[in-house]
Design a protein around this ligand. Structure first.
Ligand SMILES: *Cc1c(COP(=O)(O)O)cnc(C)c1O
Length: 378
């Protein structure tokens, strides 16, 4: 094993055996037996007692899930959503302040689309060559530009760097600009209890919960600057903004499964998991750099488990990804330019193993990449 052997064994034994080699946790991790059982049992309970009766019975388990999110974000006002993107849509839709936001030039393309849909003017935060926020220049930038919000993607989707989230949160607080943290990739990989005004994320990535569920958590002073949209704020309905974010007609089984996955993460120890993922990132980059001319973007020590590879001339990551799955059972992601339209200049192949990856798995990925690259070049 690459990382903590005890953790790796436990993680692997806790879920069904994988078909091939799954190194795609930045897209969708593999769920555990406990998560799968919780979702299946809830669906069955709905058939037995009725969906709304079953939902009532699930309340304590969902509250435990919210408590886990509160622990991981340091924010106790939590709502379940259907995804990270849905969370951002809800937050920006409810924002009552000026519609200006600052984010990094490498911001996730779909987030930029949500900002545009809500008529936000977007400014670029000062960053270094890798796309990390230049903390030393942040305060003067915020004082000069005065964006109403800073939106930060803690770990991007297209590159395995980590933003200095704690420093950024402190500086935003000093200047009085709320920080909204996109923790879709950061949750599990970085400590996200850093004092942000709002944190949102998704279940299926590093938490290894089901698809179709996410959350948003907010600080009370930030919640006060949000207005309920549905039903309209001026209607005298006793429903907080956060409560209004939670669709009644949600997939409760998915929320339950996510709550179980969060409990498993806390039981494993978030610090232990983070350290293991850093070791996984380092080993993956070392093993894959220069294989068949693919070039690793990250530094070995970037503290994430995401490795991105720039293709050699003539190879298309999307076609390589398809062949890796079809011919070698290796599951990766091809990140197209639209994922970070103002930073990516070429599509990349993303390899994102979880804590259970072994040296043999990485050898298998390297051999598969070599074989597919050789054939697609010729
Ligand atoms: C995956 C991802 C999202 C979107 O998450 P969904 O749950 O698919 O809505 C947002 N930001 C980043 C950085 C992501 O990687």
């Amino acid at each position: 094993m690459i990382a903590d052997a005890v953790l790796a064994e436990k993680w692997r034994a806790a879920r069904p055996p994988m078909a091939g080699v799954h190194v795609d946790s930045a897209a969708c991790s593999r769920q555990s037996f406990a998560v799968l059982d919780a979702t299946a049992q809830h669906a069955r309970h709905e058939a037995e007692v009725g969906g709304y009766v079953a939902a009532l019975a699930a309340v304590p388990a969902l509250d435990a899930g919210r408590a886990a999110i509160a622990t991981l974000t340091g924010l106790s006002d939590v709502a379940f959503t259907t995804s990270a993107q849905h969370s951002l849509d809800l937050l920006l839709g409810a924002w009552t302040g000026q519609r200006t936001v600052a984010c990094v030039p490498g911001e996730f393309g779909p987030n930029l689309a949500v900002m545009a849909a809500h008529d936000f003017g977007v400014r670029a935060l000062p960053v270094d060559d890798d796309g990390r926020v230049r903390v030393d220049d942040l305060t003067s930038f915020l004082r000069a530009e005065r964006p109403a919000l800073v939106h930060l993607t803690g770990v991007p989707s297209h590159r395995g760097i980590a933003q200095p989230v704690r420093d950024i949160a402190r500086l935003c607080d000093d200047v009085g600009v709320p920080l909204v943290l996109d923790a879709a990739q950061a949750l599990g990989q970085l400590d996200c209890a850093v004092g942000a005004s709002a944190v949102y994320s998704t279940s299926r990535k590093w938490m290894a919960g089901p698809r179709g569920v996410g959350f948003v958590a907010v600080r009370p002073d930030f919640a006060e600057r949000l207005a309920r949209r549905v039903p309209p704020a001026e209607w005298g309905v006793a429903l907080s903004v956060l409560q209004s974010f939670e669709y009644v007609e949600a997939n409760i089984a998915a929320r339950l499964g996510f709550s179980v996955a969060l409990g498993e993460h806390l039981a494993a120890g978030p610090e232990v998991v983070r350290a293991a993922l850093v070791a996984v990132g380092r080993a993956t980059r070392e093993r894959l750099d220069s294989v068949a001319g693919w070039r690793v973007v990250e530094a070995p020590e970037d503290p994430t488990a995401i490795t991105t590879l720039i293709p050699p001339d003539g190879l298309d990551p999307a076609a390589v990804r398809t062949a890796l799955i079809a011919e070698h059972g290796v599951v990766t992601t091809a990140a197209e330019i639209a994922r970070a339209p103002f930073e990516l200049t070429t599509p990349v192949l993303r390899v994102a193993p979880h804590v259970d990856v072994s040296a043999q798995d990485l050898d298998h990925v390297a051999d598969a990449l070599l074989s597919v690259s050789a054939r697609q070049t010729s």
